[in-house]
Design a protein around this ligand. Structure first.
Ligand SMILES: [Zn+2]
Length: 260
């Protein structure tokens, strides 16, 4: 049984899946619409989350769960990219409330668990995603989770560039997009890009809040020219393990009737 796009179900086929005896998990890809250098598309974070969800779905199905991949959340908090064409930001409380409502809606239709799979790493955006899940879990323990590589637990499994913080549209993200959606990479532009050794995490911790102020004058950091399909493929496996780990751990605290 392969995972299916939730949006491709009919109400009848979803009903049959929900009645099929296996707990049904929804993976919700979360990203942002924002600039990712001269070589990656605005939906890069959504593409990465979708790629991670697709691989994680296979792992979770192998554990006896049914999995649907829900429609993606493609707008986020992206104040860091302010001033660049294509940066579309929503306020943090708006995103948190919307994500909590979407999660509750998915649970109300009979799903056992909802995992918000986020790969847009701006701190205010991450806060909103975690706040949404926390709000839901306060009422329904185990019913929601967040999978995001910002936590040390998962970050340490990723590449040196990711860990350095120079990871916006650099080697890390470009490799993953090459592996999951190569049509989203402008190869001609990528090959000519010099490395930009700016750590976003360091800059943010010093209070520098925008790409422009950090000196990222083309909206990327890291080394996109060094990206490869092979590296992206390996990173997608790490992200899939992250999703699997968060879902399995969270579902362990569901009531027995739901997690059976
Ligand atoms: Zn990104």
């Amino acid at each position: 049984m392969t995972a299916r796009a939730l949006a491709a179900h009919t109400t009848a086929s979803l009903r049959a899946l929900l009645d099929g005896g296996r707990p049904v998990v929804a993976l919700v890809p979360v990203g942002s619409t924002e600039p990712h250098g001269p070589h990656l598309a605005l939906d890069t974070d959504v593409v990465i989350s979708k790629g991670a969800c697709a691989r994680a779905a296979a792992r979770l199905e192998a554990r006896g769960l049914a999995v649907v991949i829900a429609p993606a959340i493609a707008y986020g908090v992206t104040d860091c990219a302010e001033g660049f064409a294509g940066a579309v930001s929503v306020p943090e409380p708006v995103l948190a409330a919307y994500l909590a409502a979407v999660t509750r809606g998915l649970l109300a239709t009979g799903l056992a668990h909802v995992c918000l799979v986020n790969n847009h790493l701006e701190p205010a955006h991450d806060r909103a995603v975690r706040a949404a899940a926390a709000e839901v879990v306060a009422d329904r323990p185990g019913a929601a989770s967040v999978a995001c590589p910002l936590t040390r637990r998962w970050a340490r499994t990723l590449s040196p560039e990711f860990k350095s913080g120079a990871c916006h549209a650099g080697r890390y993200e470009t490799s993953i997009v090459l592996a999951t959606a190569p049509g989203r990479v402008d190869e001609h532009a990528r090959a000519a890009l010099p490395e930009v050794p700016i750590s976003l995490s360091e800059q943010l911790s010093r209070g520098v809040g925008t790409f422009a102020a950090m000196g990222m004058d083309r909206a990327y950091a890291g080394a996109p020219a060094a990206a490869s399909v092979e590296e992206g493929d390996a990173l997608l496996d790490r992200l899939a393990e992250m999703v699997e780990g968060e879902v399995v751990e969270a579902m362990a605290s569901l009531s027995p009737a739901r997690s059976a």
